[in-house]
Design a protein. Structure first.
Length: 262
């Protein structure tokens, strides 16, 4: 009888174990092993989706214009590898500003320009701008829109060291977090546009040596969050932390009406 009871108990235990569903196996997201592969895949994914919205924070103690702002931004990838953007820091800046960059030009207006030129608050920004509204041209040439849209930095990653790629989660979305180190003396020698090269030279002259990039990618290779950190020789670091949302959703980015532009 005892042997029969033990056999029955054993059978029940085995049956119970067999009926318990196995835990689901969650496959790891793919990781890129080098900067070139990262740049290629991420660039292709962004250009396919074309549009996104961003929000976050920029802190740069060396800049009187972008010392600490929390901008919002829209972006749209255009044909010919161009990028249209709408930058808006009017909610958080001491000098509230909106900057529109489209293939036909870059335009900006601020609280000051609206007060000084109520009929034509928008100023078209050119490479060698006149001194009128210097506070507008400087903030653009100082790189604030470049900082607010960090995927513009992606070409600089070709000169970077890929430090790590780890599984992570961001706002309940599975992601891979990448950490790159961009050494500015190498980045400035890359094939980049003049504005970017000038901006890098200014940072090198200020004693900065490298930028740490932390980038969270979704399973379809789109940035979810992009943070940068630069140590300054003596003092608070300079940093950006931007979150991407609504990839692929339509955005409204257009040049201001011509009658409102100086």
């Amino acid at each position: 009888m005892r042997r029969l009871l033990l056999a029955t108990v054993s059978a029940l235990l085995l049956t119970g174990c067999a009926s318990t569903p196995a835990a689901p196996v969650v496959p790891e997201l793919p990781k890129f092993g080098n900067p070139a592969e990262f740049i290629s895949k991420v660039s292709a994914a962004m250009q396919e989706k074309k549009t996104a919205s961003l929000s976050g924070a920029i802190t740069d103690p060396d800049s009187e214009y972008a010392h600490s702002v929390r901008p919002r931004m829209l972006l749209r990838h255009e044909p010919g590898d161009r990028l249209s953007t709408l930058y808006d820091d009017t909610a958080t800046s001491s000098n509230p500003m909106i900057i529109v960059s489209v293939p036909e030009g870059t335009y900006a207006k601020s609280k000051g320009s609206e007060e000084d030129h109520p009929g034509k608050p928008w100023k078209r920004i050119r490479v060698d701008d006149d001194p009128e509204l210097e506070y507008i041209s400087k903030v653009i040439k100082g790189g604030v829109t470049w900082l607010a849209e960090p995927s513009r930095h992606i070409g600089l990653l070709a000169q970077a060291k890929l430090d790590s790629a780890t599984q992570d989660e961001l706002n309940n979305i599975k992601a891979v977090k990448y950490v790159f180190f961009v050494y500015l003396d190498k980045a400035v020698t890359a094939d980049i546009d003049k504005a970017t090269k000038d901006w890098l030279k200014k940072r090198i002259a200020a004693g900065r040596t490298f930028t740490q990039h932390e980038i969270w990618l979704s399973a379809d290779n789109l940035p979810l969050r992009w943070s940068t950190l630069e140590q300054r020789p003596n003092g608070q670091p300079a940093s950006t932390d931007m979150v991407y949302q609504d990839w692929g959703k339509p955005v409204e980015i257009a040049a201001p009406p011509a009658k409102q532009v100086r």
